[in-house]
Design a protein around this ligand. Structure first.
Ligand SMILES: Nc1ncnc2c1ncn2[C@@H]1O[C@H](COP(=O)(O)OP(=O)(O)O)[C@@H](O)[C@H]1O
Ligand SMILES: [Mg+2]
Length: 233
C-alpha cells in the first residue's frame, strides 16, 4: 500500500478546532454501532469534503483508525485539494475499483496522518450511480467496517445526484452539512426527505461557514435527529 501526504485544507482557527472536537465527541456519543457515516449536502461547496477530512484527522488524534471514501466520481476535487502525489504510477481511485479495473487493495492509500486511510474518487465516470450500486461497493464498505473504527463517506450533493441516497442505505448514519444561509429550506427539506426514504438515521447537521457573531462556532452538530429518527423540523 502506498502512502500519500495530505495538505491541510482548512486554516485551523481556534473556533474551527473547537467545533471539530465537539463534532468528534458527538459522533462518538452516537455509539459504537455508528461506524459507517455518510456526509452529504444539498449543494456543492457547502463544505462536505472539508468537514469529512478534518473530522477524520481529528478522530485519528483520539487514536481511531479511520477510512475516508470519496464517492463523488462526478466532480471530485478532493485529491487535488489535498495536493496528493503518488510516488509511482497514477493516483488510483474508487472508479478504478468499481469498474473492475483494480482490486480494492490498490485503491486504498495510507497517509502521513497516522491512522488515516483514503480511497479517492478516481477519474470521472459517465455512470457513477450505476457502478455505486454494484456489489463491489458493498464489499468495500464491509471491508471498511471490519478494518477501521470509522468509515466516513464523502458524497456528491444530494440536490444534484441521487448517489448519496443510494449509499445511505449501506450506512449506519448520515450527517448533513449545511452552509449557513445558503441552502434554502425547501431544498433542505427535499434532501432530508430523500435520506429518510433511504431509511438511514440522520445523526445531525453540521452548520458550516458560520458568520462571525453566531456564537463563534464554525459548525454545529445534532441540531435535530439524534433521537427523533431525523424527523426534526
Ligand atoms: N468552515 C469553513 N470556513 C471557510 N471555508 C470553508 C469552510 N468549509 C469549507 N470551506 C471552503 O469552501 C470550499 C468548498 O468546500 P468543500 O469541502 O470542497 O465543499 P463540498 O465538498 O461540499 O463541495 C473550499 O474552498 C473550502 O476550503
Ligand atoms: Mg466535496
Amino acid at each position: 500500500m502506498q502512502t500519500v501526504r495530505l495538505e491541510k485544507i482548512k486554516k485551523q482557527s481556534y473556533a474551527w478546532q473547537e467545533s471539530l472536537r465537539a463534532l468528534r465527541t458527538n459522533l462518538q456519543f452516537c455509539g459504537d454501532d455508528k461506524k459507517v457515516i455518510l456526509f452529504t449536502s444539498a449543494m456543492p461547496d457547502e463544505g462536505k469534503s472539508t468537514v469529512v477530512v478534518e473530522l477524520a484527522r481529528s478522530l485519528t488524534e483520539s487514536g481511531k483508525k479511520v477510512l475516508v471514501i470519496d464517492t463523488d466520481m462526478r466532480k471530485s476535487v478532493l485529491a487535488g485539494r489535498l495536493r496528493v502525489k503518488v510516488n509511482k504510477g497514477e493516483l488510483l481511485g474508487l472508479s478504478h475499483y468499481l469498474s473492475g479495473q483494480r482490486p480494492a487493495g490498490e485503491v486504498l492509500y495510507g497517509t502521513d496522518v497516522s491512522g488515516l486511510f483514503m480511497v479517492f474518487a478516481g477519474p470521472t465516470v459517465p455512470n457513477p450511480t450505476e457502478i455505486l450500486e454494484k456489489e463491489y461497493f458493498q464489499r468495500l464498505i464491509e471491508f471498511g467496517r471490519e478494518t477501521f473504527d470509522y468509515v466516513l463517506i464523502d458524497t456528491a450533493p444530494l440536490g444534484a445526484a441521487i448517489d448519496a441516497a443510494l449509499i445511505a442505505k449501506k450506512c449506519d448514519g448520515a450527517v448533513l452539512v449545511v452552509e449557513q444561509k445558503r441552502a434554502g429550506r425547501r431544498l433542505l427539506q427535499g434532501v432530508i426527505r430523500q435520506l429518510e426514504l433511504s431509511e438511514v438515521k440522520i445523526l445531525g447537521v453540521v452548520l458550516n461557514k458560520v458568520k462571525k457573531g453566531f456564537h463563534g462556532y464554525g459548525s454545529y452538530y445534532g441540531q435535530y435527529g439524534i433521537d427523533n429518527k431525523g424527523r426534526g423540523e
